[in-house]
Structure formats: C-alpha cells, structure tokens
Design a protein around this ligand. Structure first.
Ligand code: MN
Length: 350
C-alpha cells in the first residue's frame, strides 16, 4: 500500500477507534514548563514529557502537533486510515500530574475545548470526560456536567501521584460513574516513583512494558478491592489487549482464592465472584497498540466478542497497515462488525 493511498470505507461496518489521544496546546505547554521547572519528583513524568514535551526529534514533534489538532490534520489522518469515528481522550497523564486546584481548573477547560470540537464535527468525534481525581467530590460534579454536555465516558490515566482508585476516598467517582452510566477508560500513566526505577534504568518504563504492568495492576487493585461488588453496574475499559490480564486469568483466579482462603493478607478479602468473572462482566478491552490477530482472538474467546473493540492509539501509533490487518482478521463478519463498530456503539452509547 502506497503511503498516501486512503484505506477504503468499509461497507459492512463503521470503523470506530476508541482510544484516541488529544491535548490542548496549553496543556502541552504546562507539561513542558513542569518538566523544565525540575520541581516535580516524578521520574516517570519527567522521562515521558521530557521527551514528548520538549524533544525536537521527528516522532515527538509530530506527536505534539497531532495531539493538539482536532480539525484538519486529525480528520485527514482518520480519512487516510479509514477511521470513520474517534472516541477522544485527554492524553496521559491528563490533569492528574498537577496539584488539586490546577487539576480541577484544567479538567473543566479541557472538557470545554473538546466539547467545542465535537460540536464542530459531531459525525466524527465523541469525547471522554477528563476529571481531577485529586478532588473526588468535584470530579463527580464534573461528571454530571459532562453527561449533560454529551460526553460518553470518563478518562482516567491510571495512578494519581502514586495513589490508586482502589482507595475508598476515590469511590465517589465510581458512585457517580455508575449512576450516570459513564464507563471509565483506565488508560496507562508512567509507573509511579516507588515502582519505576528497575524499568527506567533499562528503558522499559513506557509503552513497551511499564505502562501495561502498572495499568494492569491498577485494574486488578480495583477488582480485588471489591469495587464491583459495591458498584455492580460500573464498567471499565482497558486498552492494549487488556494490559495482559486476559492471559493471566487462570492464575489470578487460582492464587486469589488461595491467598484469600488462607487469610494471608488483611487487604485481600473474599469477593462475590472470581477475578475472571469481573473481567468478563465489568471490563471492556481495546486493541490499542496491539493490532495483533492472535491476541484479539484470544481475548474474544476468553472475555467475549461483545467486550473486545478496536482502537488505534492515535497519534502515538498511527499505523495505517494495522487497520488493513484488523480488517483481514480470520473471524466471522458478525464478530468483525462487533469489533469495529458494535461493541463501541454499545459501551459508549454512540
Ligand atoms: Mn493511549
């Protein structure tokens, strides 16, 4: 396929991409300022945004430009890749790296900018609401506002200053999300300071490995804390083929049961269901960054064809050939339509 040949529209299904990153230029400037200030004791952020926020190498410079564009360039890229519709989310770490008041203000401003872009291109975009988890009660209020504005879910970029949503102080967010029927996209962040060193020293802290380990653990913490026993209708979405969790389900079930029944940890209490049951009933999975047929099929087989959907991870992984590869998967027409269109339509109410 020549570089500029557009991928044809598919007549059998719309291609909906569900983990597509954006950031207003103001936020990118704040990331660069925060890195340059050398005041933030967060080696993951400084590694990631020291690179993407300030490097003049072609890849980071292109990513910065594409993140901030919600009009011509993004739509042209979607057209060239055959993407009909994109679910947009504030790039990692969103507002979660800031102090509480800054995070609250920037989340509102960002949501307003995204809402305006959706209004300009309502047939191409839907949005996820960015919240300041630093202020759970205010975040719940922002969710109500976002619901009224037509947002279709919530973006949470994993830990917030090393704290995890399994901590009950964050559960007002879950209460609001369940009541408003807004699914939560648990997107990676760089591993926190007390986790990152052995990865960072060998360059494995980012999307190559560290993101998946940290986000998979976050999803597990939410499950084992009993969040879905308290909020049974709450739905999460995790990318990158489920951050490896589908592949681990057998061991997760066996060892969770073994540890709980032997009362080894105070923090590991009995759940109403098996760990794998929550993955099948409260978690959706996208193929962001993992356009790999065997992994898609495994997740469809083990989690369910009604829970696995397409994502590109634009602009970090804008690879048109991946759309061609996913189009060509050896699965039934019905399951492929679910993968590209049906699951996303259902979970985001598009
Ligand atoms: Mn992503």
């Amino acid at each position: 396929m020549a570089e500029n040949t557009p991928i044809a529209k598919n007549k059998k299904y719309r291609r909906i991409a569900t983990e597509e990153a954006w950031a207003p230029q103001e936020l990118l400037d704040m990331y660069a300022d925060l890195f340059n200030s050398k005041t933030l004791d967060d080696p993951g952020f400084n590694s990631l945004w020291g690179f993407y926020g300030t490097s003049m190498e072609p890849r980071p410079a292109t990513v910065r430009r594409k993140l901030a564009d919600l009009d011509e360039e993004r739509l042209a890229d979607m057209d060239a890749a055959g993407i009909d519709f994109a679910v947009l989310a504030l790039t990692s770490p969103g507002v979660q790296v800031f102090d509480r008041d800054t995070a609250v203000a920037v989340s509102r401003d960002s949501n307003d900018i995204l809402k305006a872009a959706i209004d300009r291109h309502p047939d191409r975009y839907a949005g996820l609401c960015a919240i300041a988890s630093q202020a759970p009660e205010l975040a719940a209020q922002e969710l109500e506002r976002c619901k009224e504005l037509g947002f279709r879910g919530i973006i949470n970029n994993s830990h917030t200053h090393g704290e995890y949503l399994s901590d009950k102080k964050f559960w007002p967010i879950f209460e609001a999300a369940e009541a408003l029927e807004l699914p939560i996209y648990l997107h990676p962040n760089t591993p926190p300071k007390n986790m990152i060193d052995p990865m960072l020293e060998v360059g494995l802290d980012g999307a190559i490995f560290g993101f998946g380990v940290e986000t998979g653990m976050h999803m597990l913490r939410i499950i084992t804390a009993g969040v879905f026993d308290q909020f049974p209708k709450l739905q999460f979405i995790i990318g990158h083929m489920g951050e490896a969790l589908p592949y681990w389900m057998y061991r997760l079930d066996f060892m969770h049961n073994a540890q709980v029944s032997s009362k080894r940890y105070e923090t590991l209490q009995p759940l109403k269901k098996k760990v794998s049951d929550y993955l099948k009933e409260n978690v959706y999975i996208t193929c962001s960054g993992m356009a790999w047929e065997p992994a898609v099929k495994f997740a469809q087989q083990q989690i369910g064809v009604d829970r696995v959907m397409y994502a590109m991870d634009y602009p970090y992984q804008y690879v048109k050939q991946e759309v061609v590869d996913m189009d060509a998967m050896d699965i039934s027409d019905a399951d492929k339509k679910l993968f590209f269109e049906g699951v996303a339509t259902k979970v985001f109410k598009l």
